[in-house]
Ligand binder design. Structure first.
Ligand code: AMP
Length: 201
């Protein structure tokens, strides 16, 4: 199974993606985690990414796309969960090309839906323990704005393709995981357009 998990910063993508990758036996590919590992190791990629991350901005597409292309072509990525990628329309296009070349089409795009006020609260709480430079209140608010402007529009793109399945991201971790499993078991996307020839009531 090949899927993308989407949702605004603080929606719980990382936690759910990690657990789901274990359940489906696929690779958990988190661009944020890969960037943070490179920052920690002070690689050239990490040095480039760091100033964008610290400011709550997106790392330029050409850097991010190249990194994902390298990671997603590994043998262990026959099944995968992409967490935090794609985040821009250009990244969607580039991902389409990569997956077409690899012959690994997407099955589902999961979107975690969380109340915006709850998000800020969650991130401020995470800030107390995460040690992440981008977990200050100002940067947290900026990251939400960048998400709304750059990434929220991608939901429409995947919805039009019939791949999007929205999952309520409020509640405890296990409850949300169960909702994700149910959404994945559904025979078809819950918000997929009706099959041709049907008339909506
Ligand atoms: P995350 O852990 O997914 O919240 O990502 C942390 C930071 O890494 C983001 O605020 C961006 O600066 C950067 N980043 C992660 N994924 C991407 C992406 N797909 N495109 C651009 N920047 C990204």
């Amino acid at each position: 199974m090949r899927l993308i998990i989407m949702g605004p910063p603080g929606a719980g993508k990382g936690t759910q993606a990690e657990a789901l990758a274990e359940r489906i036996g696929g690779a958990h590919i988190s661009t944020g985690d890969i960037f943070r590992a490179n920052v920690k190791d002070q690689t050239a990629l990490g040095r480039t990414a760091q100033r964008y991350m610290d400011a709550g901005e997106y790392v330029p597409d050409e850097v991010t796309n190249g990194m994902v292309k390298e990671r997603i072509s590994h043998d262990d990525a026959e099944s995968f969960i992409l967490d935090g990628y794609p985040r821009t329309v250009d990244q969607v296009d580039r991902l389409d090309t990569m997956l077409a070349e690899l012959g690994r089409p997407l099955d589902v795009v999961l979107a975690l839906v969380v109340d915006p006020e709850e998000l800020i609260g969650r991130l401020l709480k995470r800030a107390e323990t995460s040690g992440r430079a981008d977990d200050t209140e100002e940067v947290i608010r900026h990251r939400q704005e960048v998400y709304s402007a750059e990434t929220a529009p991608l939901l429409e793109i995947y919805s039009e393709r019939g791949l999007l399945r929205e999952v309520d991201g409020m509640g405890d971790v296990d409850e949300i995981a169960e909702r994700i499993d149910r959404a994945l078991e559904a025979p078809e996307a819950v918000d997929a357009p009706p099959p041709a020839g049907t008339v909506e009531a």
